[in-house]
Design a protein around this ligand. Structure first.
Ligand SMILES: C[S@@+](CC[C@H](N)C(=O)[O-])C[C@H]1O[C@@H](n2cnc3c(N)ncnc32)[C@H](O)[C@@H]1O
Length: 179
């Protein structure tokens, strides 16, 4: 909750400061995506929406109302007005969705913020469909790729690993083989 409050307080400066760097990360992962809809867990101010545009519908979840408020402003500027982007205020550790309903789940630079990272990963795994694609990145200084991989319980094939993506994130993209 403390971290969410920090994001609430810094939403506008976050957006301006990290626009380019976060866009680089989304552009790197988007080339591996195949199917819609996309669930973006920790969508923040919607920096990734331009990269994810062709994969609409996009359902974006975030715990910070102020981050989502900026994402909402971005969507309003899309022409024609876009109804296929939905924003949901919720915890990444307790996603308000049924099991295994999304063919694509992404979470970019979010896990390191969670109080219970393993619970956050379990929720990503619960949301993804069998044969779906899951893309996760986290700040390299807080979490290693090995730690992330060890927390995954699904059967999966690794499509790619990222080291120092945009000079700060580790990440991986997996294809789920079995729930
Ligand atoms: C570094 S930002 C990344 C935002 C977006 N993915 C991007 O790349 O610009 C981390 C985001 O995770 C959200 N967040 C942190 N902890 C969360 C939690 N427990 N549940 C939901 N969202 C959370 C924050 O509000 C923030 O928007």
């Amino acid at each position: 909750m403390k971290k969410i409050r920090l994001y609430d307080e810094s939403a506008k400066s976050y957006h301006n400061r990290y626009l380019q760097i976060q866009q680089t990360k989304y552009q790197a992962i988007v080339t591996y995506l195949i199917e819609s809809p996309v669930l973006d867990v920790g969508i923040g101010t919607g920096i990734g929406l331009s990269a994810l545009f062709d994969f609409r519908p996009v359902i974006g979840v975030d715990g910070s109302v102020e981050m989502l408020r900026i994402a909402l402003e971005l969507i309003k500027d899309f022409k024609p007005r876009d109804e296929s982007i939905m924003l949901v205020v919720a915890s990444a550790e307790m996603l308000p969705f049924r099991n295994h309903v999304f063919p694509t789940v992404v979470s970019i630079t979010v896990l390191q913020n969670l109080t219970d990272i393993s619970q956050g990963i379990q929720e990503l795994e619960r949301a993804i469909q069998a044969d779906g694609i899951l893309a996760v990145t986290t700040l390299a200084k807080t979490l290693s790729l090995q730690e992330i991989e060890e927390m995954l319980h699904l059967e999966f094939a690794i499509l790619t690993r990222f080291h120092n993506l945009a000079n700060e994130d580790n990440g991986l993209i997996i294809k789920v083989l079995k729930e």
